[in-house]
Design a protein around this ligand. Structure first.
Ligand code: M6R
Length: 340
């Protein structure tokens, strides 16, 4: 049941702190598996990360973390599996909320037959993808009814951040407190996100821009608003936007910048470029402000990715609701995609 919430989507966004808390404690209680997977990651010649839609975005985020450590990490849109030949020495990390997405299943089958080992991260115990994997990680997000992935994305990213931190000797224990950052982000931004969502709902098109680790979040922000509110949205690496996309920007064109605090100065250049063309600038900033925006949502957080995740989801939710749409059942979509 919706327990008093008007939609599952908003209920499930609000369940994200608990989902993250339960998932991190489950990982901490099973460090043996985490250790084995870490060994595999360290020894792999290549790490291929496969997923679809939102889960692909979580995978892209993970691939950036690994590349930054010098690993050969290849993000793979699951449905494009035929473009990649696997081999011995490959480790595949398959990310799927449902554990049943056919594209992901086919990608792991192919890569496995070519010699790869498979780690899966799913939210459903003994799902098809989990059953065909060498190592299984289960998220504890609880059931997700809304078609849009919300709490499961935040939980995927938390799981991947945990694996990354553990593998590379970073501070992983502080992730036990990560749920508080998620909760705070939700509580502090409901008002802002409602206003931004309402405003974006009136637009035909919107850009989401980010750099570095914010790029997968920009992509996810664009997917989410497109999926539930039917506002056309595109994501680009902020620096890439001047190589074509900027020609669309004219007075009032909305641009959402995702700023995880890593490169605020560089992003500011891009904000200025968009502003100079009359773009309407919304910035979601963590730890460091960019300034110059029409609206800047600002949060402090130890885990920027986990704080930004619910914010982009809330914007999409409110955009859908202000158009009178049911965000739980976007047209043409099923919760689990089992056709190729
Ligand atoms: O169950 P999965 O994580 O494998 O699903 C993958 C995608 O179909 C899914 O994330 C889809 O993009 C969502 N509806 C987006 O909100």
């Amino acid at each position: 049941s919706k327990e008093g919430y008007p939609h599952f989507m908003i209920k499930e966004i609000h369940e994200s702190p608990k989902a993250v808390r339960d998932t991190i404690s489950s990982l901490v209680s099973d460090l043996d598996v985490v250790e084995k997977i870490s060994e595999e990651i360290r020894q792999a010649e290549r790490v291929i990360i496969t997923g679809a839609g939102t889960s692909y975005h979580a995978g892209l985020y993970f691939s950036l973390l690994l590349s930054r450590e010098g690993l050969t990490a290849i993000p793979l849109v699951a449905s494009e599996y035929y473009n990649l030949k696997g081999r011995k020495g490959d480790l595949v990390v398959a990310i799927s909320q449902s554990g049943e997405t056919i594209d992901v299943l086919l990608s792991i089958r192919k890569l496995k037959s070519e010699g790869a080992k498979i780690v899966s991260i799913t939210n459903v115990i003994e799902s098809a993808i989990a059953r065909e994997s060498d190592y299984k990680v289960y998220m504890r997000a609880g059931p997700e009814i809304g078609v849009a992935a919300t709490k499961t994305f935040t939980t995927q990213v938390a799981t991947l951040l945990f694996l990354y931190s553990y593998t590379f000797g970073k501070e992983w224990k502080s992730l036990k407190e990560a749920d508080k950052e998620v909760e705070q982000a939700i509580n502090l931004t409901e008002g802002f996100t409602k206003r931004i969502g309402e405003e974006l709902s009136k637009k035909a098109s919107v850009y989401y821009l980010g750099r570095g680790l914010s790029l997968p979040l920009a992509m996810e922000g664009a997917l989410k608003i497109k999926e539930v509110s039917y506002v056309h949205a595109e994501a680009y690496p902020a620096g890439e936007s001047k190589h074509g996309p900027i020609s669309l920007v004219e007075s009032g064109f909305p641009v959402v910048f995702i700023n995880d605090g890593e490169m605020p100065e560089l992003l500011k250049n891009n904000v200025m470029e968009m502003k100079a063309r009359g773009g309407k600038i919304f910035t979601i900033s963590v730890n460091k402000k960019i300034g110059e925006a029409d609206t800047e949502v600002f949060l402090s957080s130890k885990f920027p990715v986990l704080s930004i995740s619910p914010v982009i989801q809330l914007i999409a939710y409110y955009a859908a609701v202000s158009k009178g749409l049911d965000p739980d059942k976007p047209r043409n979509l099923a919760k689990t995609v089992t056709v190729e």
